[in-house]
Design a protein around this ligand. Structure first.
Ligand code: GTP
Ligand code: SPV
Ligand code: MN
Length: 588
């Protein structure tokens, strides 16, 4: 399929080490995918779902010890330890290669090795990058087909260039004690062993498009961010594109596919989805920042996805979708998960493969981090710019997380550097997207804590530097949101989901300069009257309560930030230290 010497050398080296029975190159043809699907059905790796209700859809169950990203076993193997920084696990690359090679030795014995040439971003786009993933998993091949652009045309676009990321994955025994997700930024290399879970094995996603790409972006003058990209179309036809970074399972997919409330729809507002998880962002010729979504599909959280919360996402899963770790409804051979509707199936199989009755069982049927892998083209609100090779111009960056208290519904940063500060102090209560305790507050700068491929202090510096290259009138505005404020009883105060449009609308007005805001210690907060509550299940008083900035609470928060910042030592940009001191002063 290619004469590229570097590609061939790489493939041969893995073949020699892992010793497969066969080697299959994924050429992107339907014939080959069909053949692999048949094989996976025969072994039980995939279960075929109802062909009328869910055409082209399959169910997969992972091992019970292998259901989420494993941050404790994820490593940045930079040559110098300092370059991994204080927030990543570092492993000396020569030791890591030695250990991984010992695990990979003969790992494909008796198995087939698949070679997947894939492009992150539209093939041939100047913002796109190419990878080769080698794996022994058909599940990985079929997911990569949905999540990336795969096939011969990718190799054609690569030509004889050496500029591709090498990703090797082997399932091995799914032994969690020998599970490693390793990144070698200086070698453009990723090695993942002993897992079959999405974020650990679909190497184009977090491993390449964030950890390796963030490193590449710093060297090459662009940014790889854990951001959705959406476009808000106003009744006058003008579209504003925004990127939003929220930690895993904090609402990116939901916001990216938002359906505006009735009043907005009637007035002619529309929201278009460009991406739901990752943005690659680069200055364009006109000085503005342009973004592409490097992915080709959605690897979305299933639980909570419903006709009410996210009809666009649900619609996207109605064909050619792979479901992982959800409930199988035996009555009609379809799928179900908690939060889909109030009618759980009685005659069903849970994510572990056990018989399950949703009416009587007291255990969850779907794994809390169960997922769907759906093609982006399935999404009813996919942007016409989705395939754009030049990307969309960015008008705003939004940061946010799950904060029961303290952080208001929305506020705007004063300028670029303050915006970077606001992103850097993001914090959120942890979710099921990674293994470990959930609901614990942790600092997660720009939602990149588990995904930054180099020293996070240098990453902050890169953000500051990118701003310095963009004329201030062309810079996106920065906002912070918190959909997750709770009352004394632990209920969410803000209705969220489609009603988040009301907050986006305020942002558009701020971008256009048509609405005032109140200056507070943390930035500009809306006057409650300026957020449109027509038809919203939230009173003005309630809104006011979640727009409040409690200086005493923020003074405490600022102390926590100062403490967090000490981690980065002299790599912390002085601009951010200054912003932190200014916040402390303003809260007094
Ligand atoms: P990753 O794919 O892990 O990066 O996650 P994501 O950020 O795309 O998260 P997603 O949109 O799938 O949201 C996950 C959870 O957040 C679900 O349980 C949703 O119900 C919940 N959620 C999303 N938006 C809102 C909101 O506006 N309000 C509330 N209360 N919950 C929300
Ligand atoms: C996340 O955890 O942020 C995800 C899912 O988007 S995973 O692919 O597992 O990283
Ligand atoms: Mn994500």
């Amino acid at each position: 399929m290619t004469k590229n010497k570097k590609v061939l050398e790489y493939v041969e080296s893995v073949e020699k080490l892992c010793n497969p029975d066969n080697v299959v190159w994924i050429d992107g043809s339907e014939e080959l995918y069909n053949k692999l699907t048949e094989e996976a059905l025969a072994t039980g790796e995939l279960i075929k779902l109802n062909d009328e209700l869910l055409p082209g859809c399959y169910l997969h169950r992972t091992a019970v010890n292998d259901v989420a990203r494993v941050e404790g076993r994820t490593f940045i193997c930079s040559r110098e330890q300092v370059n991994a920084g204080p927030t990543n696990n570092w492993w000396n690359p020569s030791e890591a290669y030695e250990k991984l090679n010992s695990i990979l030795k003969d790992a494909y014995k008796g198995r087939t090795m698949y070679v997947i040439p894939f492009s992150m971003g539209p093939v041939g786009s100047p913002l796109a990058k190419i990878g080769i993933e080698i794996t022994d998993s058909i599940y990985v091949v079929l997911n990569m087909k949905i999540m990336t652009r795969v096939g011969q045309n990718v190799l054609d676009a690569l030509g004889d260039s050496n500029d591709f990321v090498r990703g090797t994955h082997a399932k091995c025994n799914i032994d969690e004690n020998d599970r490693y997700i390793c990144h070698f930024p200086e070698d453009n290399t990723i090695i993942s062993v002993n897992s079959g879970y999405g974020g650990n094995v679909l190497l184009g996603k977090k491993c390449f498009a964030l950890r390796i790409a963030s490193f590449q972006g710093r060297n090459e003058g662009w940014m790889a961010e854990h951001m959705l990209i959406l476009g808000i179309e106003k009744p006058d036809g003008k579209i504003y594109y925004m990127g939003a970074a929220f930690p895993s399972a904090c609402g990116k997919t939901n916001l990216a596919m938002l359906i505006p409330p009735e009043g907005y729809k009637k007035a002619g507002y529309k929201v278009w989805c460009v991406g739901d998880d990752i943005a690659w962002i680069k200055p364009g010729k006109d000085g503005r920042l342009y973004a592409i979504n490097p992915e080709n599909g959605f690897f979305g959280v299933a639980p909570g996805t419903s006709m009410k919360s996210n009809p666009n996402a649900l619609q996207a899963t109605k064909k050619n979708t792979i479901f992982t770790n959800v409930v199988l409804n035996k009555e009609n051979n379809t799928v179900w998960w908690e939060g889909m509707d109030k009618n759980p199936p009685e005659n069903a199989v849970d994510w572990k493969g056990n018989d399950w009755n949703g009416k009587t069982s007291d255990v969850k049927g779907a794994q809390p981090n169960s997922r769907f892998t759906a093609p982006a083209v399935n999404c009813p609100c996919i942007s016409s710019e989705f395939e754009s090779t030049t990307g969309v111009p960015m008008s705003a960056f939004i940061f946010g997380g799950r904060r029961a208290k303290t952080t208001p519904l929305v506020y705007q940063a004063r300028d670029w550097n303050h915006g970077v500060f606001v992103g850097s102090i993001m914090s959120s209560e942890t979710t099921a997207a990674a293994t470990g305790a959930t609901g614990v507050l942790r600092r997660d700068p720009m939602a990149m804590l588990p995904f930054c491929g180099y020293h996070m202090g240098d990453y902050f510096g890169h953000w500051i530097e990118m701003g310095s290259k963009i004329p201030s009138d062309k810079q996106p505005k920065f906002f912070n949101v918190n959909w997750f404020r709770q009352d004394e009883n632990g209920n969410f105060v803000w209705p969220g989901f489609g009603d988040n449009m009301r907050v986006l609308d305020w942002m558009v007005k701020r971008i256009e300069g048509t609405v005032d805001a109140k200056e507070t210690a943390i930035g500009y907060v809306p006057y409650a009257k300026d957020i449109n509550l027509d038809g919203c299940d939230c009173s003005l008083e309630t809104l006011e309560s979640i727009l409040e900035v409690d200086n005493a609470a923020w003074a405490k928060e600022a102390e926590g930030i100062k403490e967090f910042y000490t981690k980065f030592g002299d790599k912390l940009p002085k601009e951010l230290a200054k912003e932190c001191d200014a916040l402390i002063k303003r809260t007094k």
